[in-house]
Design a protein. Sequence first.
Length: 256
Amino acid sequence: MKLVEEKNPDTLRVLEIINEGLSKRAVITIMACCRVDYNGRAVSRLGLGDRIILIKSDGSFIIHQDRNLDPVNWQPPKTKVTADIYQGMVKIKGVRRNPSESLEVKILQTHMISYFIGEDSESLELAGYEANMGDLIFKDPEVFEKGFRPTSREYHTPQGFIDILGKDQDGNITILELKSRKAGTNAVKQLRRYVDCFSDHKEKVRGVLVAPSATDDALELLEEQGMEFKALEPPRELGTDKVVTLENFFGRSSSE
C-alpha cells in the first residue's frame, strides 16, 4: 500500500505504524500531543502541545507547531530515527554522530498518523536569482554594457566573493554586485568594500550595482561613492540547458 492512515490509534498501533513506515522508507506524518527535547550543540525543551511530526525517507526529522514557517525543532537528512515505548508513551528519537546530538519526541496522545510511499525524482528548477543574472551576463556581456568582458565569477577577496569581475571596453577593472530584487544601501556598502580591495591598482576601478531597481538612499550613496547603477532584470525562463536546483543554489549562496 502506498498510503496507511489511522485516526486516534492506541500507543502500540502508533509504534507499529512508525516502525513499518521506517522500514519501508516512507514519509511519516503524525499529528499528536507531545513534548520535545533536544541535546547537542545546545539544549532545548518544549512542553506538551499539539504538533505535526514529519519523518522523511531521507532521515529528515521535523517538528512543526501551528504557527510560523520554520519548524520548531528539526534534524537534517541521514538522521538515524528509531521508535519505542517509554513510560507508556511512544518515544521517537533522532540521533546524529557528527555533530553529536539527539532529538526526542514523547507522544502523549496521537490524533492522526500516516505513512506515504511516494515516487518523486524531479529537481526543482529555479529562475530569477543572482545566479541566473550571472549566467546571462557571461553568455551575453553586452546586456550589461557594450564592450564589457567578464573574466571571473565568485572572485575571492578578503571581503567576500565578487559576483562578477571583468573589464570594460577601456580596460578598466569593473566589479559587478548582482541583486535580483530592489537593492538597498547594504548592497552599496558591500560593493564599496570590494572596490577598496583594489585600491592599490593604478588603473581605474569601477564598482557597479546591477539590480532591477534600487532605493533612493542606495542611488544617493552610489553617487557619493563614485560608483554606478545598472538596471537589469534577472531572467525568469525555466527549462534552460542549465538547471539550478535548490540544493546547488543555496550551496552557492552560502559562500557569498
